[in-house]
Design a protein around this ligand. Structure first.
Ligand code: UD1
Length: 418
């Protein structure tokens, strides 16, 4: 197990290259089993969640290899329809494979998926959607078992705009007979990326990015090459890092239109942000004003995945901030750790009340989920004194070389084996 050893208090300067989006790559990997031809994902980040998904593809019978930073998938020999329970429990996105595996093989079996413990995270909407498409879904001893002679298009109305359910239904319907309409679909940019990818494979999908997605089923899909969109959550994490540490950063390859809700909050705090070509620039000097209210909601609202880093930032803003977490029930596990660093926060239900302090101080803290772990790292690099952050396995799920990128920008952070 590794830990970060951090000496805080240095501003950040320079340029950070943004990786491809974790939440785009994972559904693309699931989509790759829909064809028997070669699929290439360029700029594929070697983060733990991706490597786990690649391992699952291998278990299904796909051949995979990295050529530089491109992941080459040959799904021709895929034959297995069972996702091994140990891997399914490693990451929640394994559930996307239900849609694509049942579409390709007519059956699929997966243990209830794992992922970060940030709330109940049910999959009922995924299963309801699959049932609407004619898939027989049963639950057998902790596993979900799907069978289908041939999915048929249908109208699917989601009770809430779930990202994963929207993606799963897309994967199951792209080769179904007839048309599918997904209403109250999630509008995240990663869903647009999945639509673009499936259309490059020969799919006929329109409307992703809006709340109504129309799918005209096609008999088969072919191979393709694709560069996923940049990671707006990684970009947001580095913007918040600059806001906390002070300094001036340029994020290369980031899409400013996908982080508008965060940019709005950072401007309220008094950071200067602008975008030019494929870069986002942030400059933060002097006092930070509290953003008053940060409320998470589905895209294009403030992303729940940036709630923890934003809470860390609010800790050192002048004034008070109310943070409301509307998506996940237990997503405040970073709060007790921030309090160890001198933060003044009270949690009541889904809200955290943060009273700003002039600075955090170093402490030994423990990551307990991916974005919470990133938030603690940002708190430590901006704090006065030394900190350690343990349980880096959570951070490795979603950030490639997080410490290397922070160090290149001037942070004093080392990864050491314990
Ligand atoms: C995806 C992202 C995750 C992000 C989340 C919300 C990926 C791989 N992960 O997760 O990083 O935090 O979107 O932006 O893309 N829900 C149900 N029933 C379901 C499914 C979801 O009630 O069947 C509820 C959830 O409990 C939650 C809300 O819907 O309250 C949103 O969840 P969802 O959009 O499905 O999140 P994920 O796809 O799991």
């Amino acid at each position: 197990m590794d830990k970060y050893v951090i000496e805080g208090g240095r501003p950040l300067y320079g340029e950070v290259e943004i990786q491809s989006a974790k939440n785009a790559v994972l559904p693309l990997l699931a989509a790759s089993v829909l064809t028997d031809e070669q699929v290439v994902i360029r700029r594929c980040p070697r983060i733990a969640d991706v490597l786990n998904m690649v391992q699952i593809l291998g278990e299904l019978g796909c051949k995979t290899c990295f050529e530089g930073d491109a992941l080459v998938i040959d799904p021709a020999a895929a034959a297995n329809h069972e996702i091994p329970p140990a891997l399914a429990r490693e990451l929640r996105s394994s559930v996307f494979l239900l849609g694509s595996v049942v579409a390709r093989f007519g059956r699929a079996r997966i243990a209830y998926p794992g992922g970060c413990d940030i709330g109940l995270r049910p999959v009922d909407l995924h299963l309801q959607g699959l049932r609407r498409l004619g898939v027989d879904v049963r639950e057998e001893g902790g596993s979900i078992v799907c069978a289908c002679e041939g999915a048929r298009g249908a109208e699917v109305v989601l009770d809430c705009p779930s990202v994963g359910a929207t993606e799963n239904i897309l994967l199951a319907s792209v080769t179904a007979k007839g048309s599918t309409l997904i209403r109250n679909a999630a509008r995240e940019p990663e869903i647009v990326d999945l639509q673009n990818f499936l259309n490059k494979m020969g799919g006929k999908i329109a409307g992703a990015g809006t709340s109504v997605i129309a799918v005209e089923g096609v008999p088969r899909l072919h191979g393709t090459e694709h560069t996923p969109l940049p990671d707006r959550i990684e970009a947001g994490t580095f913007l918040i890092a600059a806001a906390m540490c002070g300094g001036k950063l340029a994020l290369r390859g980031a899409k400013s239109e996908n982080i508008a809700s965060l940019a709005h909050k950072l401007r309220e705090i008094s950071c200067k942000i602008h975008a030019k070509d494929d870069k986002i620039y942030i400059e933060c000097v002097g006092a930070r004003r509290s953003p008053k209210l940060v409320e998470t909601s589905p895209y294009p609202g403030f992303p729940t995945d940036l709630q923890a880093p934003m809470t860390a930032l609010a800790c050192i803003c002048e004034g008070s901030t109310v943070i409301v977490e509307n998506l996940f029930e237990t997503r405040f596990k970073h709060v007790p750790e921030l309090i160890r660093m001198g933060a003044d926060i009270t949690v009541r239900g889904r809200s955290a009340f943060v009273r700003g302090v002039p600075a955090l101080h170093g402490a030994d803290v423990c990551a307990s989920d991916l974005r919470g772990g990133a938030a603690l790292t940002l708190a430590a690099i901006s704090a006065e004194g030394c900190s350690t952050v343990v349980d880096l396995g959570f951070i490795d799920r979603g950030y490639s070389d997080f410490e290397g990128k922070l160090r290149a920008a001037g942070a004093r952070i080392r990864r050491v084996r314990v």
